[in-house]
Ligand binder design. Structure first.
Ligand SMILES: [Zn+2]
Length: 264
């Protein structure tokens, strides 16, 4: 990674076997750094795409939600538009893997995110590794959000979320992509299920707050490695990341403290 040439590398191999590089969850920065308001780019999306073709993240200055699908980086902006982003685009947080599903399942009708998450967890062979998840299908209902570009001094993410734009679509085709991570990854990534949405016509998308599955195929890709690039920038190095930000994370990622879920 050019932008992190002097960066610190933590590679965690969960087994003693020679590791397939394609089964690594690769990320730049940490979710706690993002929660703390560290929104300056630490890598270009081109750098990160070397490590995977599916994933999620955000952009410099927290400018919207990122979807990575089939190696293409999409930006869902606060005003509801969608852009395909060039390789030079910067990111403060991005997680990807090379998607090769270990199992593809037909999901039953599932009425909300919690029901889908519980169903998915019932099909995971272990709760102690991370998985990339790709859901292609028809959604009876989906609620998703994006966030506005921030200005310095950057506020913490929980304050950004208070001004999020929430969108809802009914009877829509599309793809959900993201990760299920074990509890012990909390703080570095999001424990549990974290998904972003991209419509089949590539016109809308964002961070998934709720979804009702009608007819969907679910691909699950086991990852047995975790590669975290920590940003060697003052904003990160000088941040106080010692606190447990679990409740802020829950509010920020799962919409637990939405002031107003009205559609924009
Ligand atoms: Zn998200």
């Amino acid at each position: 990674m050019r932008a992190l040439g002097t960066g610190m590398l933590i590679a965690v191999a969960f087994c003693a076997q020679a590791q397939d590089k394609r089964d690594v969850l690769y990320q730049v920065s940490t979710i706690d750094a993002l929660l703390s308001g560290i929104y300056d780019s630490v890598a270009t999306v081109d750098d990160v795409l070397d490590q995977g073709d599916i994933g999620l993240g955000t952009f410099d200055a927290a400018d919207g939600e990122m979807m990575v699908l089939d190696g293409v980086v999409y930006q869902a902006t606060f005003d509801g538009s969608m852009n395909v982003m060039p390789p030079s685009t910067g990111t403060p947080f991005m997680a990807v893997t090379h998607f090769v599903p270990d199992r593809v399942l037909d999901a039953p009708e599932l009425e909300n995110f919690a029901a889908f998450s519980a169903w998915l967890e019932g099909h995971l062979p272990s709760r102690n590794i991370a998985y990339a998840v790709r859901v292609d299908g028809h959604f009876a209902n989906i609620t998703y959000r994006s966030v506005p570009r921030q200005h310095k001094p950057y506020p913490p993410l929980i304050d950004v979320i208070r001004n999020q734009a929430v969108f809802e679509r009914k009877e829509v085709e599309g793809t959900l992509m993201g990760f299920w991570c074990p509890t012990f990854m909390n703080g570095v990534n999001v424990a549990g299920l974290h998904l972003h949405f991209l419509s089949a016509d590539r016109s809308v998308g964002g961070h998934v707050l709720n979804v009702s599955l009608k007819d969907a195929k679910v691909g699950i890709d086991d990852t047995n490695g975790w590669d975290v690039q920590l940003p060697m920038v003052p904003a990160y190095l000088n941040a106080d990341l010692g606190a447990d930000q679990g409740s802020d994370l829950k509010n920020a990622e799962q919409g637990g403290a939405l002031p107003d879920a009205s559609a924009h």
